[in-house]
Design a protein around this ligand. Sequence first.
Ligand SMILES: [Zn+2]
Length: 80
Amino acid sequence: MFCTSCGASLQEGSKFCTSCGNAVAIQLKLPPDGFLHDPKSGLYYITTRAPNPETGANGQWVTWYYPETKQFKQVFTADQ
Ligand SMILES: [Zn+2]
């Protein structure tokens, strides 16, 4: 598998890109608006549709939460 952000080759099952830090986990199929708990990885995902305040572009926010380390990360994907 490859990082969708920088194209680096990644180990199967990686959660984050070791090259650029991109969240590989968001390549999972997520609901367009809602909440998902992936029992395999233990990660929680929240997807929300909202415009990006910096660019004004419409798109989808994915927030994921890793309960073991209590880390949050959020990524915006603009509509194509
Ligand atoms: Zn990367």
